[in-house]
Design a protein around this ligand. Structure first.
Ligand code: 4AD
Ligand code: MG
Length: 432
């Protein structure tokens, strides 16, 4: 029996006969030879069908294959130094599995709206393949990193009654006779988790009814939210930079092929593994923008162009520390010596990508927290459980949230978040 393998394992089967389930991405045929471009989800490589080496029937079948038809290919693996991948298969037999007629995504260029309408098929192409490989590696490395650091993963609910990040961007749902929302952040629940288990992280979908169409906003995105008891903001910043450097190093180590497909320069990525990352204060960032001719005033939140300008001034990710209270949520701990800012930081990715992490130390003062919940227009009774965390054995604690698609967009050097998630959800898109 011929062994069934996947393309990615071709290197272990040189000069052996193997069988692979594949789809056709493209082909070129002459009277005597056909070159089949094949994919099986693990990699892309070439199959060569030589007329004189196969039956008449197999050669005709190869010549007549359509783009994205599925079949089993049997043959011997050879080295192929001319290709990216380094191996090819010399075909001896073909067995058609699924025909494909009129596949809409042809090898020519297509517009982005067309490709997004065909996202269920577009995922089969090389570029989405490469991005999803990097995404998968970042997810794998995330679990590895936090497990190595002694965190446990706990899962906050998706259906919630609380609004940690403000009430304007909530997806409201009917929950029997009550109101509920799709979670915009698991943080408040992770704070409960930290007081139970010390160091916890979550990784799950979060939702924001973002009305704006920007390249940095999805309405459904995935967030990693670590939360740590007995931990200051300073200690949290060190975890954050170690984590980001670990993600980048893991992608460098394990995604050489996807990075090559994306034409991403590895030397550039290597710079991001050097620690520590630079830090500036919000005040300094405002000054930087003003010196560049911006009319932004102290107290304003940064727009995307502001973040781009700031992050462009650094070769590495940069922490912006201590934002004004008015532009950040109620749960943050005030700065010990200034009454106008919080103990918080955003991490801005280099190359103009902007915010990838938001984090802070959390308020532990019961009365101050209750006042700010009221001032934020939230219903105190929905937060009694959260206040309990300050009633019973409260600790200094800190945490942060990394937007997975923001980090992928930066590491893969994409133009828009929509390519960083398999099925993007945006204000004007819920299909497919
Ligand atoms: O800065 P944000 O709003 O912070 C929080 O939600 C905190 N509760 C996190 C925490 O401390 N546990 O969001 C965190 C990150 C942002 O830095 C960004 O990377 C990403 O989530 N993000 C989005 N990603 C895609 N689309 C959106 N609409 C996003 N909004 C935030
Ligand atoms: Mg933020």
């Amino acid at each position: 029996m011929v062994q069934k393998i996947r393309i990615i394992d071709a290197k272990d089967h040189v000069d052996e006969e193997v069988k692979i389930g594949v789809w056709l991405t493209d082909k070129r045929s002459s009277g005597k030879i056909s070159f089949l471009q094949l994919r099986d989800g693990s990699a892309f490589f070439q199959g060569v069908v030589v007329k004189s080496e196969v039956s008449e029937e197999v050669f005709e079948l190869a010549k007549g294959l359509h783009q994205e038809s599925s079949f089993y290919v049997t043959g011997v693996i050879h080295r192929d130094d001319r290709s990216h991948f380094g191996y090819e298969i010399e075909v001896s037999d073909l067995e058609l599995v699924g025909e494909s007629e009129g596949y809409p995504i042809t090898p020519k260029e297509h517009g982005i709206d067309f490709l997004l309408d065909e996202r269920h098929l577009w995922l089969r192409s090389k570029r989405p393949f490469a991005i999803m490989q990097v995404r998968n590696e970042m997810i794998r490395a995330t679990y590895e990193f936090f497990n190595q650091e002694g965190f446990i993963k706990i899962d906050p609910p998706i259906l919630t009654g609380s609004a940690p990040e403000g009430t304007t961007e909530l997806f409201h749902i009917e929950y029997f006779d009550n109101d509920a929302y799709l979670s915009q952040s698991g943080q408040l629940y992770m704070e409960a988790g930290a007081q139970a288990f010390g160091k916890v992280f979550s990784f799950g979908p979060t939702f924001r009814a973002e009305k704006s169409k920007t390249r940095r906003h999805l309405t459904e995105f995935w967030m990693i939210e670590p939360e740590m008891a007995f931990t200051t903001q300073e200690e949290s910043l060190q975890v954050q930079e170690r984590y980001i450097a670990y993600l980048v190093q893991s992608v460098i180590d394990n995604c050489a092929y996807p990075l090559q497909l994306l034409d991403r320069d590895i030397e550039t990525l290597k710079k991001y593994t050097k620690l520590p990352y630079p830090r500036i204060s919000y005040d300094e960032a405002i000054k930087m923008l003003q010196d560049n001719g911006s009319d932004i005033q102290w107290g304003a939140d940064f727009g995307a162009p502001d973040e781009t300008y700031i992050s462009d001034q650094f070769e590495q990710p940069v922490f912006v520390l201590n934002y004004p209270k008015a532009i950040k949520p109620f749960y943050m701990k005030p700065h010990p010596t200034r009454d106008d800012v919080y103990l918080c930081a955003d991490l801005l990715a280099p190359e103009g990508y902007g915010e990838i992490i938001g984090g802070s130390e959390r308020e532990t003062d019961f009365d101050a927290l209750r006042e700010r919940i009221q001032a934020a227009g939230l219903d105190e009774k929905d937060y009694e459980w959260y206040l309990d965390l300050r009633r019973y054995g409260s600790t200094p604690h800190s945490g942060f949230g990394l937007g997975l698609e923001r980090a992928i967009t930066w590491i893969c050097q994409l133009d828009h978040l929509r390519e960083a998630i398999p099925f993007p959800r945006m204000i004007n898109r819920i299909y497919p």
